[in-house]
Design a protein around this ligand. Structure first.
Ligand code: MTE
Ligand code: MO
Length: 530
C-alpha cells in the first residue's frame, strides 16, 4: 500500500500545510466559545460551577504550600488574576492543539476537548457547595466546543472534486475558505454573545451588594473603648492605627467572592455538643453585640510584609454560642466551615477563654462586613493567624477534636496550631523617599496579639539598640505604632527593628519562612541618606 491510497483526509491535509495554522485558530475559537457557553450556563446555575472557576478552585486546593508562598511573594494579592490568566493561556494552547489534531487525526482533537470538558464536570461536582446541577456548565460548554470544532475543521478539508486540481497548491484553492471563515465567524459570535450574556446575568450578584448597602447593623451593647488620642501618630507612610476597609489585606482561596444573602444564611453549631442548634440571621440580630479592635494577620506574611491590618469588629462572642451548645468532655477543637469549603481548626479552649474577645463578626469599622471580608458573618479570634481562626462566610461550627479533624491548610503543609508570632515592621522611611543627614525619624508598627507589645528597639548598622517611643493602643489585641529619632550621616545605612511582648519575650532574630507556622526574624532595611 502506498501513501496515496490511504484515507483521503490525512494526505489531503498534508498537501495543504497552511491549513494547520487555520485549524489551530479554529480550535482556539471553538475552545473559547465552549468556555464562554460554560460561563453563561454557570451564570444561571452557580458562578462557581463554570469550567474556569471550578478548575481554578481545584488548582488552588491542589497547590503545594511552597508554591502558594511563591505566588503570594511574586504576585501578592494579584495571585488569583495570574492563576486565571495562566489557565486561560494553557486552555487556549490546548484548544489550538485540538484544532490541529482534529484536522490531522480526527477525531483526536474532539476527544481532547471532550477530556477537558469531562475534567471540568468532575472538578465542578467535587466543589464543596456543588449540587448535581454543577455538572451542566462544563457539559454543555463541552458539547458546544466539540460541535463547533468539528464544524470549523471540516471546512478546512479539501472539497471532493476540487482536491485533484489543487494538489500542491495553496490551501485556499483546495478548501472551502469562505465556509471556513463563515463558521469561524459564527464560532466567534457564539463566544462573544455567551460571554456578554454571562456578564449580564451575573450582574444579579450585585444584588447582594445592594442588600449589604441597605443593611442596618444593631448598635453594640458593649462598645469598644475609644481609641486613645495618641494611638495614631499620623506620619506619612506609617500604616494608620485603624486600617480602612478598602486597604485591608484580603487573603482567601475563593476565586469568586461568595454571595450570601443574610436572609438565607444560618450558622449551624454541632458536633460534640449536648445542645446543637442553628442560628438564623434574624436571631443573631437580636443578640447583644460587642465591639473590639483586633489586629488580624496572615501566616503567609513575610517579615516586613503587609498582610496585617487592624479593625474595629462588631459581633457576638463565640464563647456564648459555645456555652449554649454545651461542648462535651474530650472535645478540643472547633472546626469552622465556610460556604465555599474553607475550614479552620481552632482550639476550643481559646474560644472559651473569657479573657479573649473572639467574635462571630458581622461588622467591620462601622459597616457590615465587605463582601470580600466575609459578608454576612465571619470569625475573628485575637492572637491566632487567620488560617486557623478567621473563617469568612462562616456557616458552621463543629465541636470536634484535633485527632479526628483538621482545617483546610493543615494537610497542605501548615501547622495545626497557629499562634501569631511577635512581629515589628519599619514603615518610615520608605525606601523611595529621600532622607537628609541628621536626626532621622524611623517609625512603624509592632504586634503580639493578645499579649501586647511592651517595647520596640531600633538599631542602625548593627550598633546599639535604641528604644523607640510607643504610641498608645486600645489593648493587647491591637497593634501599636512606634517612632524613634536616629542620627545618621550621609551614605548607606541598614536599620533593624525588634519588639518585646508584654510577657518580656523578645522577638527572635532566627529567620523562618512563612511555612509551616509563620515567618520570624528581624526586619532589616537599607536606606540612603543624602
Ligand atoms: N472562607 C475563607 N475564610 C478565610 C480564608 C479562606 O481562604 N476562606 N482565609 C483565611 C486566612 S488565611 C486569612 S489570613 C484571613 C484573612 O482575612 P481578610 O481577607 O479579611 O484579611 O481569612 C481567613 N478566612
Ligand atoms: Mo492567612
Amino acid at each position: 500500500m502506498t501513501q496515496a491510497t490511504e484515507s483521503p483526509a490525512a494526505p489531503s491535509a498534508e498537501r495543504s500545510p497552511g491549513g494547520v495554522g487555520w485549524a489551530a485558530l479554529g480550535g482556539a475559537l471553538a475552545g473559547a466559545a465552549g468556555l464562554a457557553v460554560a460561563e453563561l450556563v454557570a451564570a444561571v446555575v452557580a458562578p462557581g460551577a463554570s469550567t474556569l472557576f471550578a478548575g481554578g478552585a481545584a488548582v488552588v486546593d491542589a497547590v503545594p504550600p511552597w508554591l502558594k508562598d511563591v505566588a503570594v511573594e511574586w504576585f501578592g494579592t494579584n495571585d488569583k488574576v495570574v492563576l486565571l490568566a495562566t489557565m486561560g493561556a494553557v486552555l487556549a494552547l490546548g484548544a489550538a492543539l485540538a484544532g490541529w489534531l482534529e484536522l490531522r487525526r480526527p477525531p483526536v482533537g474532539a476527544v481532547l476537548v471532550g477530556v477537558v470538558g469531562v475534567v471540568g464536570v468532575v472538578v465542578a461536582l467535587l466543589r464543596p457547595s456543588a449540587t448535581p446541577l454543577w455538572a451542566l456548565p462544563s457539559a454543555i460548554g463541552l458539547g458546544a466546543a466539540v460541535l463547533l470544532l468539528r464544524a470549523v475543521v471540516a471546512r478546512l478539508r479539501p472539497v471532493p472534486g476540487r482536491s485533484e486540481v489543487s494538489a500542491g497548491e495553496t490551501p485556499g484553492g483546495a478548501v472551502d475558505r469562505r465556509g471556513f471563515l463563515t463558521v469561524s465567524g459564527i464560532t466567534l459570535g457564539v463566544a462573544v454573545l455567551a460571554l456578554a450574556g454571562s456578564r449580564v446575568l451575573s450582574m444579579g450578584s450585585t444584588a447582594i451588594s445592594a442588600v449589604r448597602e441597605k443593611l442596618r447593623l444593631p448598635a453594640a451593647r458593649m462598645p469598644a473603648p475609644p481609641v486613645p488620642a495618641g494611638a495614631d501618630l499620623k506620619l506619612d507612610d506609617l500604616a494608620p492605627y485603624v486600617t480602612p476597609n478598602s486597604d485591608f489585606y484580603r487573603i482567601d482561596t475563593a476565586l469568586i467572592v461568595p454571595q450570601l444573602n443574610p436572609q438565607d444564611w444560618s450558622l449551624e453549631v454541632r458536633g460534640l455538643v449536648d445542645e446543637p442548634f442553628t442560628l438564623t440571621w434574624d436571631e443573631l440580630m437580636e443578640l447583644p453585640m460587642e465591639e473590639h479592635y483586633v489586629t488580624l494577620s496572615c501566616v503567609s506574611n513575610a517579615v516586613g510584609g503587609d498582610l496585617v491590618g487592624n479593625a474595629l469588629w462588631l459581633g457576638y462572642p463565640i464563647r456564648a454560642l459555645l456555652e449554649r451548645a454545651k461542648p462535651q468532655a474530650g472535645a478540643d477543637m472547633v472546626l469552622s466551615r465556610s460556604d465555599d469549603g474553607f475550614s479552620a481548626g481552632t482550639p476550643l479552649e481559646v474560644l472559651q477563654d473569657p479573657d479573649r474577645q473572639s467574635l462571630l463578626a458581622i461588622g467591620m469599622n462601622g459597616e457590615p462586613l465587605p463582601l470580600e471580608h466575609g459578608f454576612p458573618a465571619r470569625l475573628v479570634v485575637p492572637g491566632l493567624y487567620g488560617y486557623v481562626s478567621a473563617t469568612k462566610w462562616v456557616t458552621s461550627l463543629e465541636v470536634t477534636t484535633f485527632d479526628t479533624d483538621q482545617g483546610y491548610w493543615t494537610p497542605r503543609g501548615w501547622s495545626a496550631l497557629g499562634p501569631i508570632k511577635i512581629a515589628s515592621r519599619i514603615d518610615v522611611p520608605r525606601l523611595s523617599t529621600s532622607v537628609s543627614a541628621g536626626a532621622v525619624t524611623v517609625a512603624g508598627v509592632a504586634w503580639a496579639q493578645h499579649t501586647g507589645i511592651s517595647k520596640v528597639e531600633v538599631r542602625a548598622d548593627g550598633g546599639d539598640w535604641v528604644t523607640a517611643e510607643l504610641a498608645e493602643t486600645v489593648g493587647p489585641d491591637a497593634w501599636r505604632q512606634w517612632h524613634v529619632s536616629i542620627d545618621l550621616e550621609s551614605g548607606y545605612h541598614s536599620l533593624a527593628v525588634r519588639a518585646t511582648d508584654s510577657d518580656g519575650q523578645v522577638q527572635t532574630e532566627t529567620k523562618a519562612p512563612p511555612a509551616p507556622d509563620g515567618a520570624s526574624g528581624w526586619q532589616t532595611v537599607s536606606i540612603n541618606v543624602d
